[in-house]
Write a protein that binds this ligand. Structure first.
Ligand code: ARG
Length: 462
């Protein structure tokens, strides 16, 4: 191991303290990005005439060799690892690469490159999920199920409409990821330790070669800023929150009480003691991952709180939770993606449940409004109808017109269409509502919006 510093020190660092201070175990995952940046940087040293053509060639070839031959070494961090290896291979020449550049500007750019790359993979997973949700929504555009408020049966809705509501959650996540990517897409190289560099480095060229979109404006901010990691953690937190809500729903739907969903063997586990059990473990585990992802957000927020500018060693702690976020969110999205096409709905039960709890009462009230009453009075009349039904142990589907007319003379025979499940959903015939033909229109828009964001991601690609 070759140390990057030590000239002014008389004693060497305590071994245990060294082990505590080093970050190589964690940032070794940034190896390829480190190579990429040094590769580009060396080319710039050549443009600066700091190294000649042959020296450039030797260093670049060595970098390629190192890239293909990674081995673990007890180094302080990924930066010292790469420099040590270069020096071991090419001697004094290897010591030339660090002019005008510090680990402080370097470490920010490598984590930025990582997030940009991983964001594209996450975007693909979101696209898969949204595509599949839209696909099933199209099949189930007129399947009826009960919608809930306060976890009580509220109004009948269409399953297609429901699945599209999940698509909307992921659409916002997708947009959030794209916005996050824009904030990450800044090159910090050239900011050096904090004050900038003494050389005429062409920062614009370095940015271009690394395929960053923008340059950071201020060298002090550039080495201190980790907002982009918070933005990414925020994206992960909201996405896992969405996943946890949907998984919770699927767990409810698969439980015996709801019985809306038949769990596929491919995504469920059994019990070691109760042979009859089939548990929704996948959805439960995804739901629980919100714990660690929220923890990761709080980790980075707390690391940055009250931290003076510019670089402090505290910032080294930004990586573990970032890596964990990337790994966890990709894993959850991928497993969720697999589960979507395996969802088997118990449509009969969904339909029968929709008939419960006077679910079309609001349609009864809306009917009276059509006949000229104001909504408050019609609400009261319908309340009277419900009271009557409850007393006589009947529901709105078998109350007679005679009985209804006794409560209000405005009721006519056509009321039974309005309060049927089919009539109820057909009446919700407005932009973004649950009527089957509106669902089909929403599907068209959903497909268009999905394609749009896929194109935006492509254009934003590094
Ligand atoms: N391992 C460090 C990190 O991850 C690299 C930057 C070190 N800079 C320094 N001034 N010690 O943040």
């Amino acid at each position: 191991m070759i140390k990057l510093w030590g000239g002014r020190f008389e004693k060497s660092l305590d071994y245990e303290i060294f082990n505590f201070l080093k970050s190589f175990d964690v940032d070794k995952y940034l190896f390829f990005y480190e190579i990429k940046i040094i590769y580009v940087y060396v080319k710039n040293l050549f443009y600066l005439k700091y190294i000649n053509f042959y020296e450039k060639k030797i260093i670049l070839n060595s970098l390629i060799y190192i890239k293909n031959n990674f081995f673990f070494d007890n180094n302080e961090d990924i930066h010292s690892y790469l420099e040590s290896r270069l020096i071991k291979i090419i001697g004094e020449l290897g010591k030339k690469i660090y002019i005008g550049k510090s680990r402080n500007d370097q470490v920010s750019s490598i984590t930025r490159l990582l997030i940009l790359k991983e964001s594209n993979k996450i975007s693909q997973l979101l696209s898969f999920i949204r595509k599949n949700l839209i696909y099933i929504a199209e099949i189930e555009f007129e399947t009826i199920l009960p919608g809930f408020t306060h976890l009580q049966i509220a109004q009948p809705i269409t399953l297609g409409h429901y699945l599209l509501s999940w698509n909307e959650m992921f659409r916002r996540d997708h947009i959030r990821l794209l916005e996050c990517k824009k904030k990450v897409n800044f090159c910090t190289i050239g900011s050096a330790a904090l004050a900038g560099n003494n050389y005429l480095l062409n920062r614009f060229l370095i940015k271009k070669l690394l395929k960053f979109k923008f340059l950071t404006e201020n060298s002090i901010d550039a080495v201190s800023d980790r907002d982009y990691i918070i933005d990414f953690a925020n994206f992960c937190s909201i996405t896992i929150m969405h996943l946890s809500r949907i998984c919770e729903e699927l767990i409810n739907w698969s439980c015996n009480k709801f019985n809306f969903l038949i769990l596929s063997d491919k995504i469920s586990s059994g019990s070691s003691i109760m042979p009859q059990k089939k548990n929704p473990d996948l959805f439960e585990l995804i739901r629980s991952k919100s714990g660690r992802i929220y923890g990761n957000l709080f980790n980075i927020l707390t690391i940055l709180k009250s931290q003076p500018l510019s670089y402090n060693k505290d910032l080294q702690e930004d990586k573990e939770s970032l890596f964990d976020n990337i790994y966890t969110i990709k894993n959850c999205l991928n497993c969720f993606r697999k589960s979507i096409l395996l969802l088997k709905f118990n449509k009969k039960n969904m339909y029968l449940s929709s008939l419960k709890n006077f679910s079309t009462s609001t349609d009864l009230a809306d009917y009276l409004v059509l006949k000229g009453l104001n909504f408050r009075n019609s609400h009261f009349i319908v309340g009277t109808c419900i009271k009557y039904c409850e007393k006589n142990k009947i529901n709105l589907f078998n109350i007679t017109i005679k009985e209804l007319k006794k409560i209000s003379i405005f009721f006519e025979k056509d009321i039974f269409y309005y309060i049927s499940l089919e009539g109820s959903i057909q009446s919700k015939n407005n932009y973004g509502s649950t009527a089957p033909n509106q669902v089909l229109k929403s599907i068209k828009r959903a497909k268009y919006l999905l394609n749009n964001i896929i194109i935006n991601f492509k254009n934003d690609r590094i």
